[in-house]
Ligand binder design. Structure first.
Ligand SMILES: [Zn+2]
Length: 359
C-alpha cells in the first residue's frame, strides 16, 4: 500500500465550486440618468440588485428634498412590473447647500447620503463644490446626524496628470477632511489606487470604499489596446496593473470596509465614440457576472457575499436583503448594446463569453 492510499483525502483535488447562492446584493453607486435612458438601463440594474444608491448628477443636479422625491418617483414609475428594486437617493452638494435641507431630507428618509463632486471632476459635476472648507457647516451637520458623505475623490486642477488625480485628492483633500471631521462617515467611491485603499483601512471604523467591476478587470493599458477603446474610459481612469491587483486583493479580502459599487454610467454610443468622448462605463448588465468571476479567479468565492450583500448595508445601517440570488459557472453572452431611442448604449463585456451567469 502506497502513501497515497493511506491518505486518500489529500490526493483529491479541491472540487471547484460551480454554483453559489448569496443574499440579494446591493449596488452602492449607480447612474440611471432620466427619461428614455432611465427606462432603458434600469431593468438591468433592477434584475441584479435589490437596492442601489442613485447618483444625483442629473441636469440640473438633485440638490433639494423635493427634487430627490420627484426623481425617486420617476425611477419607480420606470421600473418594469415584476422587478423589485429600491432606489436610495442622494443629495448633490454645492457651495451653497443648506445644512437644514440636508438634515430634513435625511430625517424624512428621502435621501441616505450626500455626494461630493469636486467641481469639474466628472460628468455633470460643474455645479459641484469648489472649496471643501466652505461646506464645513454641512459636513458638521452630517457628522452629527450620522449621514454618510460619498466622495468622487479626484483633484480637478487641469495641470495635474490625469493618472495622479486620485492620489492628489487623497493627499490634498481626503486625508485633511478625515482629520477635520473625525466622526463623519465617508465612502471613497470607485477607488482606483493601492494607496487610497490603505487610507480607507486606516479609517475603517467610519470610512469605506466601493470598487467597480471594470477596475477589477482592466488597467490603463487596456484603454489603448490595439487602438483607443472609448467604452473603457471612465473617471477615475483605470490605473497601472499594480493598482488593479491591489483592488482585487482588497475586494476579495473579506474586509468590511470594501464593498460593491458598479458606477454603471451609460452614455449613448455617439457620446462615447466621439472626438471628445464622455467618461463612463455601462457595466450594469454584466456586473455580477464580472464580480463573481474575479472572486472565483482569486479563490475567494466564500468572501463574495460579504462584498456584494453585507458590507455596504452594514456601513449604511441597513438590514441585509431577505431574498437570495444564485450565480453559476455556465457560459453566457450578453448583448453588445442596449437600445435607447434611435441609438444605443454599449455594454461593458457585451458579446464576450462570460464564464459565469446569473441563474
Ligand atoms: Zn459615478
Amino acid at each position: 500500500m502506497g502513501v497515497a492510499e493511506l491518505f486518500p483525502a489529500e490526493r483529491q483535488e479541491a472540487k471547484p465550486v460551480d454554483r453559489i447562492t448569496i443574499r440579494r446584493p446591493d449596488d452602492w453607486h449607480i447612474h440611471l440618468r432620466d427619461g428614455a435612458m432611465l427606462k432603458a438601463v434600469l431593468p438591468y440594474t433592477a434584475a441584479q440588485f435589490a437596492r442601489g444608491i442613485i447618483m444625483p448628477n442629473l441636469v440640473p443636479p438633485v440638490t433639494t428634498v423635493a427634487a430627490a422625491q420627484a426623481y425617486r418617483e420617476r425611477i419607480l414609475a420606470a421600473l418594469p412590473a415584476g422587478l423589485d428594486f429600491t432606489p436610495l437617493m442622494t443629495c448633490y452638494l454645492r457651495d451653497d447647500t443648506d445644512p437644514d435641507e440636508i438634515e430634513r431630507g435625511f430625517k424624512d428618509k428621502v435621501w441616505v447620503a450626500a455626494k461630493l463632486y469636486p467641481a469639474g471632476a466628472t460628468t455633470n459635476s460643474h455645479a459641484g463644490v469648489t472649496d471643501i472648507l466652505g461646506i464645513a457647516p454641512v459636513l458638521e451637520r452630517m457628522e452629527r446626524i450620522g449621514m454618510p458623505l460619498l466622495i468622487h475623490g479626484e483633484a480637478t486642477d487641469p495641470e495635474i496628470d490625469i493618472f495622479d488625480r486620485e492620489a492628489a485628492f487623497m493627499e490634498g483633500s481626503l486625508i485633511p477632511l478625515l482629520g477635520r471631521h473625525q466622526g463623519l462617515k465617508v465612502t471613497v467611491e470607485h477607488a482606483t489606487t493601492a494607496e487610497i485603499l490603505d487610507v480607507v483601512r486606516e479609517h475603517r471604523s467610519r470610512c469605506a470604499a466601493t470598487i467597480t467591476p471594470h477596475h477589477l478587470v482592466i488597467n490603463r493599458t487596456h484603454i489603448f489596446q490595439g487602438g483607443l477603446r472609448p467604452h473603457l474610459y471612465c473617471l477615475p481612469v483605470a490605473k497601472r496593473e499594480r493598482h488593479r491587483l491591489a483592488l482585487r486583493a482588497a475586494a476579495t479580502s473579506g474586509e468590511a470596509c470594501f464593498y460593491l459599487g458598479t458606477d454603471t454610467a451609460p452614455h449613448v454610443r455617439g457620446a462615447k465614440e466621439a472626438s471628445c468622448g464622455c467618461a463612463g462605463v455601462f457595466c450594469g448588465p454584466s456586473a455580477l457576472q464580472t464580480y463573481v468571476q474575479v472572486f472565483d479567479e482569486e479563490g475567494a468565492l466564500d468572501k463574495f457575499e460579504a462584498f456584494a450583500s453585507l458590507n455596504g448595508a452594514r456601513f449604511h445601517g441597513l438590514e441585509p436583503n431577505a431574498g437570495t440570488v444564485t450565480l453559476e459557472r455556465r457560459e453566457s453572452r450578453i448583448a453588445e448594446a442596449v437600445a435607447v431611442d434611435d441609438t444605443a448604449v454599449v455594454v461593458f463585456r457585451g458579446e464576450e463569453t462570460l464564464p459565469w451567469s446569473v441563474a
